[in-house]
Design a protein around this ligand. Sequence first.
Ligand code: HEM
Length: 200
Amino acid sequence: MTATFNLKRFLKPGVFSFALMPFFLIGWKVATNNLGPDPAKALALETGSWALRFLLLTLAMTPMSQVFGRVEFVKVRRMVGLFAFFYASVHFLVWLVFLLELRFEALGEELLERPFITLGFVAYLILSLLAVTSPRAMVLKLGRRWKYIHRSVYLAATIALLHLIWIVRSNFGEALVYGLLLAMLLLFRLWPILRRKLLS
Ligand code: HEM
């Protein structure tokens, strides 16, 4: 009884603190000048990686809740998803401030002429839509449409993965791991539909 009570009480603050750790770790590297010879690029890579990791973690929440029979995963799903959006926003800001150097006039050109930027931007737009429609009031307001809109989280993850694959130069390992994870999560989601089709 006490254990259940404690888990309930500490679940969200615990996940919140855990999810902020990469942010402080990156902040620490900035403060101690420990980002290597190209700090702006290193910042973009670190924040981008964390955005994608949290996005995949969000998608893993429902399967984990079903596999382990624990509702706690679903309870923190929204928070984990918002952290994916948070890291994607920091990633976008890093790009805007340190790589684009706030040359807003070059924004259109970057978006049109660099396909990996276009992909990242589209993924970010989808994540923004999901973040805006994530509060409970929006769930009630949108009704059945909410579910359809929030299925696009799979699209956002696929586009974010393509964004990563586009710029992979030598280390394909990371992209491969994320790709396999996403494929497994998609299969888990689609399996009941596929099974019904196969059996009918
Ligand atoms: C707002 C639009 C976005 C822009 C302008 C953008 C831009 C960039 C840039 C400039 C890099 C570094 C490329 C390099 O020089 O090697 C990068 C890497 C990356 N981005 Fe984005 N990005 C965007 C959105 C996203 C989103 C939404 C995600 C994931 C949810 C994401 C995930 C990544 C990943 C995983 C990497 C590679 C990290 C690594 O290789 O370790 N990006 N992005």
